[in-house]
Write a protein that binds this ligand. Structure first.
Ligand code: AMP
Ligand code: MG
Length: 417
């Protein structure tokens, strides 16, 4: 096979194409978002606490605010007797005060009164209302949450690059930040091309095919962290394609098309975009997904032109578009994690080609993983794709995997973002 040989006709490797793609995308510019809109995004500023956390000394328990010294030598047999001079509840607007030999009933989170230096939990007392018997010695500071012990005023809370999950959003709210500077979700526009395509919801007549790629890839882009929108179908028509792309340019950080990139007479995406000179069509040493287009339109908006076969489009998305979306988000790790699994089926793959087969990954009771193949190598096999939960990788150097051998698997875990 001449095209696998070194030289002018040499295919680009997956890694080379990925490097070219990543070279052609940057990160999105930061914007301010409200906390819940910032979920899952990366912080683009260093954040310090404007005030101490907690902001006032408060009780860690329901109990009595006391002076530790007044409980010296107290025991169940010989309790310290203190007069109760009031209650402090959470939300008390002013700091109360108390003198020596006195106590105040205090609730969790309520401000510790001036004059008190410890809290004795209810269960170590007789729970008295007018007088309270304290059954043990209390140390200074016991059950008191000191102002600033979590974060001092001015202390760093979160750094630029921090991923905003529930824990981080909770802290931001606690220190009074309702908006934060983050890298927003890149806006990804998904477009299907093909004159045979019809919208879902209609029964196909002879020769028609329902557009499934745009649903698959829009959800894949959302799962990767993008704000993805499906634009729908464009016929194999030069002008219609260019018009549609043009009309989307201002709204997009990334454009993705499927179909029309092979060698066929009606491969309009390739024809129309090649002429612009900013999108390059290459053949990548992978299966499925050999024909790939990548470049820029308008003001440097990256465009991916993926092949139309459904499995090819998803594998291409996984290999190139997903890492690009993660780069745009500012993530450091761009690739999915892989695992090693024992193959339950054998398969062959052409030399020099990286093959991605669909698989079902099982966790073994004894530990480790095994993987079975889901369907054959055909890139039109949607039902087998839908049963799969991973891609099985047969590397360029390997021409077969045999049952029982260890193989590399990419689990397609949903992010549930
Ligand atoms: P193409 O890459 O345009 O040559 O298309 C290859 C195969 O994929 C053809 O059988 C198409 O009908 C099919 N195909 C292309 N686009 C889609 C799509 N959006 N949804 C489902 N099948 C598609
Ligand atoms: Mg087509």
């Amino acid at each position: 096979m001449a095209e696998h040989a070194e030289g002018a006709d040499r295919l680009r490797t997956v890694d080379e194409h990925l490097a070219a793609v990543l070279d052609g995308v940057g990160t999105v510019d930061p914007i301010e978002l409200t906390l819940l809109d910032a979920q899952g995004l990366l912080l683009a500023e260093d954040i310090r606490a404007d005030f101490p956390l907690p902001s006032f000394d408060n009780s860690a328990m329901d109990g009595y605010a006391v002076r530790a010294r007044d409980t010296e030598h107290a025991s169940t047999e010989q309790p310290a007797q203190l007069r109760v001079v009031g209650d402090v509840a959470a939300g008390a607007k002013a700091r109360s005060g108390m003198g020596p030999g006195l106590a105040m009933r205090i609730m969790t989170g309520a401000p510790v009164p001036a004059g008190a230096d410890a809290v004795i939990p209810l269960e170590d007392t007789d729970r008295g209302l007018a007088r309270v018997a304290v059954h043990r010695e209390v140390h200074t500071g016991e059950c008191v949450r000191r102002a600033g012990e979590d974060l001092a005023s001015g202390a760093p809370a979160l750094g630029a690059g921090a991923a905003l999950g529930p824990q981080q959003l909770g802290l931001l709210a606690a220190i009074g930040r309702d908006r934060v500077l983050v890298r927003p979700r890149p806006r990804v526009i998904i477009l299907s091309t093909g004159s045979e395509l019809i919208e879902v919801g209609h029964t196909p007549s002879f020769g028609e095919v329902i557009d499934s790629n745009s649903y698959m890839l829009t959800s894949a882009a959302r799962d990767a962290g993008a704000d993805a929108r499906r634009i729908g179908i464009v016929a194999d028509d030069h002008a219609a394609l260019l018009d549609t792309l043009e009309s989307q340019l201002l709204r997009a950080d990334v454009l993705v098309t499927t179909g029309g990139v092979s060698m066929g007479a009606f491969d309009v995406v390739k024809e129309a975009l090649s002429e612009l000179g900013t999108v390059e069509f290459t053949r990548v040493a992978m299966q499925p997904g050999k024909p790939q287009g990548f470049g820029h339109l308008g003001d440097k908006v990256p465009i991916f032109c993926l092949p139309g076969n459904p499995v090819s489009s998803l594998v291409s998305f996984e290999a190139f578009v997903r890492p690009a979306i993660r780069k745009l988000l500012g993530k450091r790790s761009l690739q999915r994690a892989t695992v090693q699994a024992v193959a339950l089926d054998g398969a062959t793959s052409p030399k020099g080609i990286r093959q991605y087969r669909r698989g079902v990954l099982h966790r073994e009771a004894a530990g480790g993983y095994s993987v079975s193949l889901s369907g054959g190598p055909g890139s039109h096999l949607l039902a087998a794709l839908a049963l799969s939960n991973c891609l099985v990788v047969i590397d360029e150097d390997d021409t077969e995997i045999s049952a029982g051998a260890e193989v590399t698997v990419i689990p397609l875990l949903l992010s549930n973002r």
